[in-house]
Design a protein around this ligand. Sequence first.
Ligand code: ATP
Length: 305
Amino acid sequence: MTQDTRIARLEQVSKRYGAITALERIDLDIHRGELLALLGPNGAGKSTSIGLLLGLMSADEGHVSLFGRDPHDIEAHRRIGVMLQSANLPATLKVAELVRLTASYYPAPRSVAECAALAGIDDLLARRYEALSGGQQRRVQFAMAMIGRPELLFLDEPTVGMDLPARQALWAAVRRLVGEGCAVVLTTHYLEEAEALADRVCVIARGAVVSEGTVDALRARIATSRVRCVTTVGAEIAWRWPGVVSAVRKDDHLEIATTEPEATVRRLLDADVALAGLEVQRASLAEAFVDITRDDVAHIHQEAA
Ligand SMILES: Nc1ncnc2c1ncn2[C@@H]1O[C@H](COP(=O)(O)OP(=O)(O)OP(=O)(O)O)[C@@H](O)[C@H]1O
């Protein structure tokens, strides 16, 4: 018998806010040790899904569980860490005090020093929280979310407001936590963030899961690759080759979309011995996301019109 690795679940869950249906019979499993990226357009139901798993609200229908328990259960809460989009923290406390206070809630927390090093906040410990920049506050919130050695960490748009080095440092820290066996649920609108970190991606739109799989599986839904090079070969010639979906000349570059990149590259090299600057790119997760959610985004815009 295979071991059940599911540590958090939404089963056929519906959630309504008055007349608005935020989630409609959604199923979502989070497995031990995985990094699950929860993606979707604005208003898709990501925060509501997380809110239900955290016990911040109750489902109208269906079943929600956290470590096999009710999500309000204090024992379940001691096994999770949370970084939400907004955090109401006592602003006048120093960062070290905030981190220590959070640690006291957990049975076997990291030391403040270890946590500060991992979150990159050593130089902020003596500062008052309210005096920090937005990006610095996010780093402190991350430290507070992981000081308890959670088995499951919820990160809701964790890198909003962070500069590139801070973002990359957080990615490295998240990778380390996952390497130690911590499961992570990440919501983000930065698709390169999901691409860099996720084992599995779940795309939610209009309250339901519309696509689920590895980053590679989602990218593979887009069959075309881009081939770009400096060449004298004309677009009208490339159009005739098998697999070529489009060919466009931009200054001295030829840009080809093709379902058979290897065959296209072979043709190009045969046709032009002086060809230079060859680039071949598979579809990105961002392109796959646009494709998967195209109908839903169009629907949202129609409703707004
Ligand atoms: N407190 C609330 N009262 C009424 N409607 C709400 C409330 N919270 C969320 N909604 C609605 O429920 C739907 C799902 O919202 P939710 O915040 O879960 O989406 P999201 O995917 O997290 O969006 P975003 O990417 O914008 O954060 C939206 O239509 C939203 O307007």
